[in-house]
Design a protein around this ligand. Structure first.
Ligand SMILES: Nc1nc2c(c(=O)[nH]1)N[C@H]1C(S)=C(S)[C@@H](COP(=O)(O)O)O[C@H]1N2
Ligand SMILES: [Mo]
Length: 170
């Protein structure tokens, strides 16, 4: 009986300690303001890609869905539909420590560039630890890992096309 209680408390403590890593979802906002929250399970069920990342002299293989597929869940255009005003769409990736990285929507699309950009949830075959994950942006082709935001909590498409435009009539 007492050991049952101990076991239950231990189990609860383990769940609490692992809490953020287990519960992580990502908040995705599309160009028209549509918001979806994708759970770890939803991300795991998406088509997967792998990208190697070297940081601090160590090379690791990250795996996860393509960022463009994640953005499409919130209504972002893909492929040839990224045209006109959408060519100025910016993707803001925000981490839990406030670190932010900007990309363009077009560069995340596999019809525009062959280098892949993924929202990784696994590294070298296991879940990403709490220091770097549970979600990490990985940008294939980058020579330094500065855009590889760790601990990603949200991705947002910002329509930058209208910024700094001359007023109508000029
Ligand atoms: N959330 C978050 N991600 C981040 C950073 C950061 O400060 N916060 N630093 C970036 C930088 S500058 C580098 S070089 C790589 C790896 O650095 P680090 O593991 O020493 O933070 O992570 C990148 N991702
Ligand atoms: Mo860095």
């Amino acid at each position: 009986m007492v050991s049952d209680v101990k076991a239950a408390l231990l189990a609860a403590a383990l769940v609490l300690a692992a809490g953020p890593a287990l519960a992580q979802s990502v908040r995705v906002t599309g160009p028209s303001g549509q918001v979806v929250s994708l759970s770890a399970e939803a991300l795991a069920a998406m088509p997967r890609a792998t990208v190697a990342l070297t940081a601090h002299g160590e090379r690791h293989v990250y795996e996860g869905p393509l960022l463009i597929d994640v953005l499409a869940r919130a209504g972002a255009p893909t492929g040839a539909a990224i045209r006109g005003a959408e060519m100025a769409d910016v993707v803001l990736v925000t981490a839990s420590d406030g670190y932010r990285v900007a990309l363009s929507l077009a560069e995340a699309d596999s019809m525009t560039r062959s280098d892949k950009i993924i929202l990784a949830d696994r590294v070298d075959g296991h879940a990403i630890d709490a220091r770097d994950g549970p979600l990490r942006l990985v940008v294939e082709g980058d020579l330094r890992p500065a855009r590889s935001a760790r601990m990603v909590v949200s991705v947002t498409v910002v329509r930058a096309g209208d910024w700094g435009k001359a007023p109508a009539g000029r």
